[in-house]
Design a protein around this ligand. Structure first.
Ligand code: SF4
Length: 300
């Protein structure tokens, strides 16, 4: 293929918003149509471009500190879920909640709450494999009165008493292979301590887990991969790493202007994909800019 030939640019049909995020945005847009203004506790999605689009329609992102000071208004809770404390503050301050917690996260919260009750009866420990400080993890921790231990890497296991019962859950957006590594290490140490009461629940969202195989075959097909995601998205980080492993020529992009920082010449084929929090319209915008850059090169 010579450099004058048109670049093949393809958007991954399986990339983009998951149903949890689509539902949260749908609920926000519906409320905004009725009232013209709505508070959202934290970014509705970890994608700055989509947040800006909704902000321009009247969505106001608030922090937890701001939430505590609000009274007699309506606040949307995003797909990540919230700890019980958030609902208690809403009750005390007469705040109406639009609860857009993803049903998958809601089910996980219930599972963890029940496991915590069981663990208490036998001096057990609840572990959550996830990113410390992540909104979903804060919501999950809240189900255990903040007593669960968040583990993110092998070193975090050093604080665990392996002679006591252990139950492990995963944040929905974690990498399945990393969970397996943590699970195996816990099993090994528990076994060494003579403890056979260890249960691991793989609670990674299937929407995320199944993305990996699809993304690997997509990333292999192109010379260059443009991975589109907000910098705050943990799902984005996991999926970007997968693409980068398969195709070294993978670039992380959050806005179409980020393309200016990448040497895109010469281009033969470009695959555009993203996280579960990446809007389709942004991938389309980036695909158009890649085509534009390429036609400028070809005109030289
Ligand atoms: S990634 Fe899965 S669990 Fe998380 S919001 Fe989307 S559908 Fe729900």
């Amino acid at each position: 293929m010579d450099s004058k030939q048109d670049t093949i640019v393809e958007i991954d049909s399986k990339s983009g918003f998951c149903f949890g995020v689509i539902n949260a945005i749908h609920q926000a847009e519906k409320a905004l149509e009725e009232t013209g203004s709505l508070y959202c506790l934290g970014d509705i999605v970890h994608n700055g471009a989509e947040v800006s689009r909704l902000n321009s329609k009247g969505l106001v992102t608030i922090s937890y500190e701001q939430f505590k000071d609000l009274h007699d208004c309506t606040v949307l809770l995003r797909a990540h879920g919230e700890p019980p404390e958030t609902y208690e503050i809403a009750r005390q301050n007469n705040i109406t909640i639009i609860d857009a917690t993803c049903p998958v996260v809601l089910a996980l919260q219930k599972k963890i709450k029940n496991a915590y009750k069981e663990a208490q009866k036998k001096n057990g420990q609840v572990l959550i494999f996830g990113k410390p400080g992540h909104a979903e993890v804060i919501g999950l921790l809240g189900q255990t009165e903040n007593s669960a231990v968040v583990v993110n890497k092998i070193e975090d296991l050093d604080s665990i008493d392996f002679s006591r019962p252990i139950v492990l859950f995963s944040q929905t957006t974690q990498n399945i292979h990393d969970l397996k590594i943590i699970q195996d290490e816990i099993a090994r140490r528990a076994n060494e301590a003579g403890n056979n009461d260890f249960v691991c629940h793989d609670t990674i969202c299937r929407r995320v887990a199944n993305r990996e195989a699809d993304l690997i075959s997509f990333a292999k097909k192109f010379d260059t991969i443009i991975f589109v995601s907000g910098k705050k998205s943990s799902n984005g980080k996991v999926l970007y790493d997968i693409c980068k492993k398969i195709n070294e020529n993978t670039h992380f992009v959050s806005h179409s202007s980020d393309l200016d920082l990448i040497d895109l010449n010469p281009l033969k084929s470009v695959g555009i994909c993203g996280a579960t929090s990446t809007p389709k319209w942004l991938m389309e915008e980036i695909a158009n800019k890649v085509k534009e850059i390429n036609s400028l090169h070809n005109d030289k």
